[in-house]
Design a protein around this ligand. Structure first.
Ligand SMILES: NC(=O)c1ccc[n+]([C@@H]2O[C@H](COP(=O)([O-])OP(=O)(O)OC[C@H]3O[C@@H](n4cnc5c(N)ncnc54)[C@H](O)[C@@H]3O)[C@@H](O)[C@H]2O)c1
Ligand SMILES: N[C@H](C(=O)O)[C@H](O)COP(=O)(O)O
Length: 365
């Protein structure tokens, strides 16, 4: 693809004390990524992730982390809207946001919560103004943002929902579609996609949060956006029950019969292809996943352990329902690894590639 035709992606660098900044500089420097480079050092078509990347963060922080890892990196500071140089290995365009306090790897600093949120605001504004075709987010630390006084903060997903002024979004994690190519029993060669009916909620609040109207809205978003961003025509979605064995005919909980089933019946009558509610323990087996384009799990740790077992480090997180493309990594800030250069950049690469594909499909700039 010609450079100018590649979508611009704003890459927020996440919690400064975590592994986000170093993964971004690794990606830019090509340090540990298995990407072929041509003799000139230019990122050729095969070598690139199919996008022009602009980091959003503190240029000095990124330079420091590159130095720490012994990576050679030239940082080019630009303002959103300014034209980008052609992508070149070892160069990183940056839309600058200033750290509030110096940051050390592995050490959280509450004052930098506002820095992290500002990087998201800059990326959202750039996407909505057409300066970027999408945003990719390195991990932030939810606890650090809450500790800093941003009560109610639960993650990028909900923050971006509010920043974009939409009522409902759907968190989906998807494995890289190349991952299962050698496992024909998985789902052909397609990705495993797991959407969540509830996200960052204490377990005791989950049942009350799963209401018929909400499930219906989530399924409409999932259905429409699988087609819009992933090119899946007439998607088939498998829906997990909430309770063990999908409630065992009401003996192990009533939500499956009283809340989930009626929604699925109603939507099936409109033509949607929906399986379930199915017992979640056996849904994630090859027979039930065959031909399924996405699974809707009822809560975070019903769906994500399966996804992360199948593809941790080779998967990405996507927010559906936004007026922009947003992907993220499948892992957190890994404070234990920060500054060591040993963190796996695989998921960031998948997140960037997926955002580029989505932007190309969804007609972003
Ligand atoms: N996209 C995001 O912003 C995102 C995603 C998940 C978690 N988080 C946040 O991150 C913080 C820490 O969460 P956690 O400890 O539950 O999960 P974590 O993913 O940070 O760490 C869990 C384990 O995985 C390892 N790990 C994580 N990323 C790795 C990588 N790239 N390469 C190698 N090993 C890796 C860590 O060393 C640790 O052992 C929390 O605040 C959480 O909310 C953010
Ligand atoms: N639930 C996600 C995961 O486990 O990977 C993660 O916490 C990220 O959430 P946000 O994208 O909403 O920050």
């Amino acid at each position: 693809m010609h450079d100018a035709a590649m979508p611009v992606l704003a890459l927020t660098t996440g919690e400064p004390a975590g592994i986000g900044p170093e993964l971004v500089v690794m990606l830019a420097a090509g340090g540990t990524l298995d990407i072929p480079v041509d003799a000139s050092g230019d990122a050729g078509e095969d070598a690139s992730v199919g996008a022009r990347i602009v980091a959003v963060g503190d240029p000095r922080l990124l330079a420091e982390r590159a130095d720490l890892l012994g990576l050679s990196l030239t940082i080019i500071e630009l303002a959103p809207g300014e034209s980008l140089p052609p992508p070149r290995r070892g160069q990183l365009p940056v839309w600058p946001v200033a750290l509030r306090r110096p940051s050390r790897p592995g050490v959280l600093e509450a004052a930098n919560a506002d820095y992290v949120l500002e990087t998201l605001d800059v990326a959202v504004r750039a996407c909505l103004a057409g300066h970027a075709a999408g945003m990719v987010t390195a991990p932030l630390h939810k606890g650090a943002i809450l500790e800093a006084g941003h009560a109610g903060f639960t993650g990028h997903t909900e923050y971006l929902r509010d920043a974009c002024g939409v009522d409902e979004v759907v968190m989906v994690l998807a494995t890289d579609h190349a991952l299962h190519g050698d496992r024909p029993d998985w789902q052909g060669s397609s990705a495993l996609r797991v959407a969540l009916a509830t996200t960052h909620l204490p377990l005791r609040e989950v049942s009350d949060a799963i209401t018929g109207p909400r499930l219906e809205r989530l399924l409409h978003i999932l259905h429409a956006d699988l087609s819009r961003w992933f090119g899946v025509a007439d998607p088939r979605i498998a829906v997990c029950g909430l309770n063990p064995h999908a409630g065992e005919e009401g003996h192990l909980g009533h939500e499956d019969i009283e809340v989930i089933s009626p929604v699925l019946d109603r939507l099936r009558a409109t033509g949607m292809r929906l399986d379930g509610p199915l017992p979640a323990d056996t849904l994630f087996t090859p027979r039930h996943l065959a031909g399924v384009d996405a699974v809707l799990a009822m809560y975070h740790d019903q769906g994500l352990p399966v996804l992360k077992y199948a593809g941790f480090g080779r998967a990405a997180n996507i927010t559906l329902g936004l007026p922009l493309v947003r992907t993220s990594v499948d892992h957190g800030t890994a404070l234990d690894l920060a500054g060591h250069g040993s963190a796996d950049p695989g998921s960031l690469r998948v997140a960037v590639s997926l955002a580029a594909e989505m932007a190309a499909r969804g007609g972003g700039n």
